[in-house]
Design a protein around this ligand. Structure first.
Ligand SMILES: CC(C)(COP(=O)(O)OP(=O)(O)OC[C@H]1O[C@@H](n2cnc3c(N)ncnc32)[C@H](O)[C@@H]1OP(=O)(O)O)[C@@H](O)C(=O)NCCC(=O)NCCS
Length: 184
């Protein structure tokens, strides 16, 4: 994993926590695979998901974040220990090269301490320009988290687009917003 201070780290203003965002090399893909299980379990509360015969949740796209240009995997750390992850891509159809937050997760033991907010700021700074993300209306934490965070970091108008079945399996909000290279 890419280590070091600078743009990949942020000190928690209120908590004194050291939140990091590290680009994950293919050799460390199993770390993200492990965290994905926790994430998919959380998500099974909102979208019905069955376990495989081995007792795991299946996710078909992880390899692509380590092999396909325009896709990236990040580990979120607190005090240099794993605390979550983010998967991003800039190859979404019709998005004009905007970066998209495909998956984003903070482990339960580190929630409501500003970890996601700091990690998301670090993430957006990786690619100044347009970003998009979607969250399920049924996902209350995400529904509270993303609009507040995005309105704080967007450098320009935030577009909200509500998508409903049959366009998508479950009602969701899609945000599109610009990120400046110089954050407030
Ligand atoms: C959504 C998620 C990333 C938030 O992570 P977090 O580290 O707890 O978020 P933060 O502590 O940075 O929260 C910042 C603000 O967002 C809002 N917020 C976050 N979680 C919330 C919750 N469960 N209920 C209400 N508001 C919430 C609050 O305004 C919070 O500020 P406050 O704690 O000062 O009130 C985390 O709950 C998570 O990983 N959930 C499971 C996966 C998921 O749903 N990912 C998003 C997919 S779109």
């Amino acid at each position: 994993m890419e280590k070091g201070q600078g743009p990949g780290h942020a000190a928690g203003i209120m908590t004194g926590m050291d939140v990091g965002l590290l680009a994950v090399a293919p050799v460390d893909k199993p770390v993200i695979a492990n965290l994905l299980q926790l994430y998919l379990h959380d998500f099974s509360e909102y979208e019905p998901r069955e376990l495989s015969p081995q007792g795991t949740f299946e996710y078909s796209w992880l390899d692509s974040y380590f092999t396909t240009p325009g896709r990236e995997a990040y580990l979120i750390t607190v005090a240099d220990r794993p605390a979550g992850f983010a998967l991003t891509r800039c190859d979404v159809d019709g998005d004009d090269g905007a970066w998209n937050v495909s998956e984003f997760f903070v482990v339960r033991g580190h929630r409501r301490q500003g970890v996601a907010a700091q990690a998301a700021r670090l993430l957006f700074q990786r690619h100044p320009g347009p970003w998009t993300l979607s969250y399920l209306l049924a996902n209350t934490p995400a529904s509270r988290f993303w609009p507040k965070l995005v309105s704080a970091v967007a450098h320009g108008p935030v577009s909200h687009h509500e998508q409903r079945p049959p366009e998508v399996p479950a009602p969701r909000i899609r945000l599109r917003f610009p990120i400046s290279a110089h954050q407030p």
